[in-house]
Design a protein around this ligand. Sequence first.
Ligand code: ACM
Length: 263
Amino acid sequence: MKTGVFQFTPVFGDKEHNLRRIERVMEDVQADLLVLPELCTTGYLFTSAAEAQSMAESVPGGKTVRRLEAACRKKRLHVVAGLAEAAGGAFYNSAVLIGPEGWIGTYRKIHLFWKEKDWFARGNRPFKVWDIGKANVGLMICFDWIYPEAARSLALDGADILCHCANLVLPHCPDAMITRSLENRVFSITANRTGAESRGGSSELKFIGKSQMVGPWGEVLFRMDDKEEGVRLAEIDPKTARDKHIIPANDIFEDRKPEYYTG
Ligand code: ACM
């Protein structure tokens, strides 16, 4: 299975430009699964809840999902993409999973970071895993990385691959995701963005790039640099994530002792 990321710098507020850029990449890519950054069609640094909400879309049915559906249908491709979602009068920082037959599912970010708490409602559904044929995939968004429970929940629910849409600004996540992969024996794909945003007189927010894929042994399959824009792919066998043995005597899931854990 060929999987990977498109790391780029979205132009804030220019959904059409960002979508065209994504569509061009999807047209050319030879892959089964491509992960895109968090809020990849709008940009990140909103100045108010009203501004974030003005760019939010229904899922499915909104412009971003419809355009990604068309591109996935054409290329027989699965995509995971971050976007601003409007649903029932609430607004979420969401990630959608789309395949050749259309929209499959949505994850609404549970662990909101910084001003996202002013712009979006917290995700109101549990972490979820979808079977896309060649793999079981679970979705998480950016700051979810700091909660081991996010990756653990997805892995316990059978995810082979953690699809992680991100707009990382702190430096720690790429290394932390090595541990998330190793401690759950799963693949992880972190798709981050590049560039910087400064809006409404706020100080500049710089995104760290470094999109990466990690395997179930914590092996880094690739890590992009901080400014590089483009696609990176790796060939994997997702089913290797189903063997949770770290040595023959230790299946790390069967050996868990939840009765002694807090929280
Ligand atoms: C983040 O959660 N976008 C840092």
